[in-house]
Write a protein that binds this ligand. Sequence first.
Ligand code: PA5
Length: 448
Amino acid sequence: MEHSSYLEWSRAWMGRLDPADGKALAGRAPELAERLRAGVAAGEMPFLNMPYRARLEAALPPLLERLKPFRHMLVLGIGGSALGARAMQRAFAPGQDGPGYAGPWLWIADNVCAEQFEALLGKLKPEETVVVCISKSGGTIETLAQYFLVRAWLEKALGDAWPGHMVVVTDERKGYLRQEAAARSLDALEVPDYLGGRYSALSAVGLLPAGFIGIDWRALLDGAASVARPLLDDPANIARHPAFSLACWARALEERDYSQLIFFCYIPQWAAYGQWFAQLWAESLGKDGKGSLPVPATGVTDQHSVNQMFLDGPRNKGCLFLTGGQPRSGRLFGQDLPDQWAWLRGKAFDSLLDAEALGTRMALCKSGVPLVHVHMGNLREHAAGSLMMLLEAATIFTGWLMGINPVDQPAVELGKRIANTRLGATGYVQEAADLGAFLAVPEERQAF
Ligand code: PA5
């Protein structure tokens, strides 16, 4: 691999975990290799071999060039259509939240809070803003609701010129957004077939917003490709691949009743990868009464929050512990520090982060939390792409070991159908009946 990131396993098989479980799971490598070979051949694993890359590399640069005059990009999307872009923004273009920043700005609207939405539309100037509506299905109610309101906002201000301020990222052929793009001659990029939302960050879904704010999106793709390559060169390499090692460990945890997986990120600027990972893991693996709940946490902040529970709460947690090798940066403490802090004199501010990461990692291990240390050799885009691919592949392989389908999300569909029914959508006969029965149960309120 083209970087010096690594997984460190010396404290992984602890507590109730038995290395023999790992060996038994590792023995399933040939079966998974065959599945991998067939999946790639059938075109069903585009997150891994990225067959869309050439098309993206052709379409994205001219579009980014056209969008350069805009000061603001407003992304409308939710779940997998939003979280990757946010993680990349926070990791590689954090300036927006700091003083003195001069743009370009990326805003990601991934909720239906009228007040927050108003705060955005009330402040953004339509003539300076390009809106990117991202939805693989092209029919997600939250995203479409925002689209209708933003379209009206643009149209009111810009008249016939509004389509030049709207880009859609959606399925190549199907869905309302695709029809809308065709009917209104909107710029449109594809979400390739079989690339589900939570596996799509390294397509136009995440890379159009990333490119707009100057993130090296090609390096993200290169980093991802470097991790996928051994699996694509020969699926039998899965037996030695770190994604498969992680999958065996995660499955072993789950089999031994470790029901939570902490994602403890000691790279503060990468903290939003915790939310990205949580969605990837939870929506992929929470099936048939199985799975482990992802718990994102950020070092050092969460040492003063949830860490007590990690250390001395129920013994039901494993931990992915993320650190980064970064060139020393930050201010040095002066020689004039008071005597009781003398040991800090001359040290760099960021030496605290390293020391506290070590302290917390050791404390977790001493508490018996099975822990895999994920160390990133550097914190550039290439490394982030490699981490994303590693975690996506590990998620898929864990799902295969669990015997569930890691690329669907059937359970969350019910809530969506009920919400649509509540809003007056027709055709949901069973949901309407169920909703009536649910609301008929007398409430038992207790004021406070
Ligand atoms: O990961 C997933 O598949 C989901 O979280 C989707 O990304 C989310 O539901 C949004 O779907 P869509 O992109 O179709 O609007």
